[in-house]
Design a protein around this ligand. Structure first.
Ligand SMILES: Nc1ncnc2c1ncn2[C@@H]1O[C@H](COP(=O)(O)OP(=O)(O)OP(=O)(O)O)[C@@H](O)[C@H]1O
Ligand SMILES: [Mg+2]
Length: 282
């Protein structure tokens, strides 16, 4: 659904994105994970045809984005980083208006509002909405015309855990129905939970690209942590999981039932991100 080849883009005379390449297949959730200023929104804007002065090739749904026609937006849905609405209109009026811009029949407004728990707020003006309510409304605005490709820029930002979980369930459900999803985030939990593949992005370039599982396995060792008492003092020790059978102290503690605690510690995507890029996510 998406083919990016030798993409180079600059805001000034210096290239910000240089020779970037990636592909995204149908029904995949593809994530860009990176800190603030990495270029995530810039990349989204190129993919959705807002920034057109790039070189290389950016094909989305079979269309070179700098040469898109009106039909392009009939098939893609966009949840921008910053929600945009007519503040004096109600939630329902806003969705009805945006639905009227599409040629194809849209999902009924009341169903969209129900999806994100905004049914009771349908007739309230958006100017009175909280940040999280606007985020949820912006999200369903991107879904209303049942797009084939969804672009979500930090979709869970500003949401409480319940609403964030609900939104992630809807995103996974869209993927299961065949929608291709490009998602940007600096939240490693969202990336780990949702994405089929993740690209680490820093300073406008991709530093690694794989499934979250492979990224986590490839770099850091899984560790076993345990604790025990020595002369009445609690001692802690770590041992690599793959050589656990060589740890005689641990074997003795197990034989004597003398372990206080034991658990395995897998690296998080954030640990791997730090190791590969030398940068923090936040
Ligand atoms: N219109 C613009 N003109 C000049 N520079 C810009 C413009 N928009 C963004 N930039 C710069 O490009 C870089 C990447 O910005 P971008 O918004 O893509 O980052 P991001 O990864 O989305 O960050 P965040 O997580 O904060 O949303 C930043 O250094 C930013 O200052
Ligand atoms: Mg951004």
């Amino acid at each position: 659904m998406i083919h990016v080849q030798n993409l180079t883009f600059s805001y000034s005379k210096f290239p910000f994105i240089e020779n970037m390449n990636f592909e995204v297949g149908k029904g995949e959730i593809f994530g860009f994970l990176g800190p603030s200023g990495a270029g995530k929104s810039t990349l989204q804007k190129i993919l959705i045809g807002l920034l057109t002065n790039y070189t290389g090739s950016v094909q989305v749904n079979g269309c070179e984005t700098k040469r898109k026609n009106r039909n392009f937006y009939e098939h893609i849905g966009i949840d921008f980083e910053f929600p945009s609405f007519y503040e004096k209109f109600t939630a329902a009026e806003n969705l009805n208006f945006f639905a009227s811009l599409y040629q194809m029949p849209c999902i009924p407004t009341k169903d969209l509002l129900a999806m994100v728990g905004l049914s009771a707020d349908a007739d309230k003006k958006v100017s009175g909405f909280s940040k999280g309510m606007k985020s949820r409304l912006n999200f369903v605005k991107s879904l209303l015309h049942r797009p084939d490709i969804l672009f979500l820029d930090e979709p869970t930002s500003g949401l409480d855990p319940t609403n964030s979980k609900q939104m992630k369930e809807i995103i996974a459900d869209c993927r299961d129905k065949g929608t291709t999803i490009i998602l940007t985030t600096h939240n490693m939990y969202d990336a780990t939970e949702l994405c089929d593949r993740v690209a680490f992005i820093v300073d406008g370039s991709i530093k690694a690209l794989d499934t979250p599982h492979n990224l986590m396995l490839a770099k850091k060792e899984n560790i076993l942590e345990y604790s025990y008492l020595e002369n009445g003092v609690e001692m802690q020790k770590q041992t690599p999981l793959k050589t656990v059978s060589e740890d005689t102290l641990l074997q003795n503690l197990i034989a004597e039932n003398a372990l206080l605690t034991i658990h395995s510690k897998e690296p998080s995507l954030e640990d791997v991100f730090r190791e590969i890029t030398g940068r923090e996510l936040k």
